[in-house]
Design a protein. Structure first.
Length: 54
């Protein structure tokens, strides 16, 4: 437990760019999922309104 914790802390301090990169990837993936769900919802509402108008 102590060895793994020390290794993780050492990697984070020696390579902060990699840590920020993984943090950015997680944030970007969650944002993309939210945007895709919103886009799907907008498409669904738009199709339903178009069908009602016809």
């Amino acid at each position: 437990m102590n060895l793994s914790g020390g290794d993780q802390r050492r990697t984070r301090s020696s390579n902060p760019f990699l840590y920020l990169f993984f943090k950015w990837i997680s944030l970007t993936s969650s944002a993309v999922i939210v945007l895709l769900s919103l886009w799907w919802l907008i498409q669904f509402l738009f199709q339903s309104t178009v069908v009602e108008e016809q």
